[in-house]
Design a protein around this ligand. Structure first.
Ligand SMILES: *Cc1c(COP(=O)(O)O)cnc(C)c1O
Length: 236
């Protein structure tokens, strides 16, 4: 089966983002698209970059390293969107510009230490386990405020907002209450923060539900299959 070219998919997705913004009275410039590259071959990622993708999201550090070496594109920013093991922090700092999955104190401390050693301040999002699902990582909503107070003191980390993977539903509308709750949680953190202007990002929404996420305030949507095609097909 021949897959659609990435550029056609990208313009379809952008059009849907613009429409969702207009339904919600938002400026489409507030919404950035993260192209999710897990299992996507390098040629197809290149196609995406040529089509105008500027942020890539990778779940696996080993894959991110290989791809980043194979695709030297200085204008592209790489986001770590998978669970990050503490012993992979060095590697992650070499191949990722943002960490979207800050989910525990031990990871925050290690990222802070290694970032400071290399004279960096790494942009990060706190991952929230918004559906309180045992199978998912993330800080639980009731511990978020305490966790934020801890991480905002770390010089090596620049916390920019929140990220979530809500429970999976066949009907995207069912994810809406979770997206809305994320926006409320970010708002509460802003009210509690000495520098609310730094807390602007909400990373939520994937291929199946990004339009609802945008309507509820997403600033980063993480899109894999709708952009690059089905992973099983593209991986083989
Ligand atoms: C795979 C993945 C996505 C993208 O999923 P699609 O449904 O393919 O768009 C987004 N975020 C995370 C954390 C992922 O692992």
């Amino acid at each position: 089966m021949k897959q659609d070219c990435v550029s056609v998919n990208l313009s379809r997705i952008r059009e849907k983002i613009v429409q969702a913004c207009s339904r919600a009275g938002r400026d489409p410039a507030e919404v950035k698209l993260v192209g999710v590259t897990k299992t996507v071959p390098v040629e197809r990622i290149r196609e995406g970059i040529e089509a105008g993708i500027t942020i890539l999201g990778e779940n696996y550090i080993q894959e991110a390293r290989i791809k980043r070496e194979a695709i030297p594109a200085p204008s592209v920013t790489w986001h770590c969107i998978g669970r990050l093991q503490t012993n992979k922090v060095n590697a992650a700092l070499q191949c990722c510009d943002w960490i979207e999955t800050l989910d525990r104190e031990s990871l925050a401390k290690e990222l802070d230490r290694k970032a400071q050693l290399s004279g960096r301040r790494i942009p990060a999002l706190i991952q929230v386990n918004i559906g309180s699902e045992p199978s998912k990582s993330g800080v639980s909503p009731d511990k978020l405020s305490a966790f934020f107070r801890f991480v905002r003191e770390l010089e090596g980390l620049d916390v920019r907002g929140l990220m979530a993977l809500p429970p999976f539903f066949d009907a995207p509308e069912l994810a809406r209450p979770y997206f809305r709750r994320m926006r409320e949680l970010l708002q509460a953190l802003r009210e509690d923060s000495p520098s609310p202007e730094n807390l602007t990002e909400l990373s939520m929404g994937m291929s199946g539900d990004f339009e609802v996420a945008v309507e509820e305030g997403a600033t980063l949507v993480r899109i894999g299959t709708a952009l690059f095609g089905s992973r099983t097909i593209s991986a083989h």
